[in-house]
Design a binder for this molecule. Structure first.
Ligand code: ADP
Ligand code: MG
Length: 239
């Protein structure tokens, strides 16, 4: 019997906000342990898709299904999705009064010397820089034992060193442990570091193309803009 590797199956999603179709019959799959990139212009629906998968119930589905491990989860609360294994890394994690980073670190056994010593003695997210917040967020996520982590522009506002640090955590704690990753980004740097095996292009709320070579996609976008990805013959057609 063939092994079923399917983790997430998003089927025919339609989301309308104020009469405008934000997701337009969108289909999207992720296999177990897969590292997938999602690229698309501003306003194309990337964050909306991320939120629908993670269970932001403020976004009403007009149509469609979200299957996770064969189970229909589109009515699940965000908490229930986290227990199922779906986690969205938020861009502005809240600070936690009185709880020190070191408390988390102990619970998740972050390797010695891996994370900045000074950082772990501080209260969670209090006065953290953008990069420190993201690192602390990722470390908290490791304790949730996820099966799919969605990273919505985790690299935005990070310098190259911090991007490297963040990528190292993602690689060691998620990718190397078989956790699937959905990377939403505008930049090649994080893709060079995480090496997605598939890249999906979203325009106007629909996946218009897929490619196994993210460098191809980046090159096309840089040279011609996202629109060209609709026609590029190197792309596998979206189903
Ligand atoms: P992306 O992450 O690809 O930049 P988003 O998913 O954030 O795009 O947004 C897609 C479109 O939906 C945009 O045109 C945005 O203005 C619109 N949109 C998203 N959320 C809302 C909202 N709460 N109210 C009105 N429009 C929204
Ligand atoms: Mg966005």
């Amino acid at each position: 019997m063939m092994k079923n590797n399917n983790l997430l199956k998003v089927r025919n999603l339609v989301v309308e906000i104020e009469g405008k179709k934000i997701l337009n019959n969108l289909c999207f799959d992720i296999e177990k342990g897969e590292v997938i990139a999602l690229l698309g212009p501003n306003g194309s629906g990337k964050s909306t898709l991320a939120k629908v998968i993670a269970g932001d119930l403020r976004i009403k589905l007009k149509q469609g299904e979200v299957l996770f491990n064969e189970e229909e989860v589109s009515k699940f609360s965000p908490e229930k999705r986290v227990s199922a294994g779906i986690v969205l890394a938020f861009q502005n994690p809240p600070s936690v009064e009185g709880l020190k980073m070191v408390d988390f670190i102990e619970s998740i056994k972050v390797k010695e010397g891996f994370v900045d010593d000074k950082l772990i003695q501080r209260e969670v997210n209090k006065g953290f820089s953008g990069g420190e917040k993201k690192i602390s967020d990722l470390m908290q996520i490791t304790s949730l034992d996820p099966k799919l982590v969605i990273l919505d522009e985790i690299d935005s506002g990070l310098d190259f060193k911090k991007t490297e640090e963040v990528a190292k955590i993602i690689k060691e704690y998620f990718i190397d442990k078989g956790v699937a990753i959905l990377i939403i980004t505008h930049h090649g740097e994080i893709l060079d570091l995480l090496k997605p095996t598939k890249t999906n292009i979203i325009i106007d709320g629909i996946i218009v193309g897929k490619d196994e070579d993210y460098k191809n996609v980046l090159k096309t976008i840089k040279k011609y803009d996202y629109e060209k990805c609709r026609k590029c013959t190197k792309f596998l057609s979206a189903e």
